[in-house]
Design a protein around this ligand. Sequence first.
Ligand code: BTX
Length: 328
Amino acid sequence: SPIRKKLLEAFRQANGEFLSGQALADIVGCSRTAVWKHIEDLRKEGFKLDAIRKKGYRILHTPDRVSQNEIHLGLNTKSLGQTIYYEETVPSTQKLAHQYAQNGAPEGTLVIADEQTEGRGRLMRNWHSSKRTGIWMSLILKPQLPPQRAPQFTLIAAVAVVQAIEEVWDLHPEIKWPNDILLNGKKVTGILTELQAESDKINSIIIGMGTNVNQTIEDFPQELHSIATSLAIEKGQMIPRSRLVQKILEKLELYYEIYMKEGFSPIKLLWEGYAISIGKEITARTITGEIKGKALGINDDGVLRIQDHSGHIHEVYSADIEVNEPIQ
Ligand code: BTX
């Protein structure tokens, strides 16, 4: 609710100091009794608040949840995440975001869940999304662009996620084209960009981002043990998810703005700085076959350029790539 949002924002600005009941009532524009009721609701959700006579209220602890309240408390964006739909369990946030987008959800709308029962990757693959351990979210953007530009959004999102992880936890992820973010060679984030478009213009872009945060290795099914990791595994400690959501949204808003003003080249430069495969011998598996060769880089559309051993250059729009170990 808007009152709740104002209340949390007031606490954020107070920075741990007390705010009197009357001051809160004035800020949010309701009675002191109504303020008190909202505070009781926050407590039920796991917020810890101090209430001291003559001093008022202050926030001591925010729970590690990713509902609207926790994300809005301390979120520093203009549009991304200003509208949030949170669910405890959904089949897929991506599916839900498609529905919201179709029904006119504004730019920046975020759909986020604590658990997905049918999380998906590319090509109908499965995305394992266990309860309260990761960030499963889909963001709706509405850029005035032709549909061909859509693949670039996967790369913009990848840069935003890498920088968010770097800044918040001082871990240093790498990007594997087009949509994987790796820590120590294992996948920590997957990105899935989808479109609602007409022939010449985008209606909505839906960027699905799945990040493993607080899983232990046992939380993953056996077949993912050798390919998946979480931030907690790499960092050796549990990590508040809402902070990372905020940081991703802030970074994404920044780079989305830069991209809309200056085009793809500034993003491309940043992206290349994090990419592991560039300059290496790789195998790219596409729907139509396999290409082996040297990854030269990405072009201005975000398309991967691979030079095979006969010298021919292939432009690859979507594939799974594997970096080949050099032969000793
Ligand atoms: P992808 O097709 O590149 O990767 C899918 C592959 O990654 C799977 O086949 C499996 O091998 C592996 N995998 C599955 N789950 C995990 C995991 N939790 N961690 C690491 N590796 C895994 C990547 O597709 C794009 C994923 C997007 C997920 C988000 S979550 C929010 C949104 N909703 C939704 O349904 N999908 C997106």
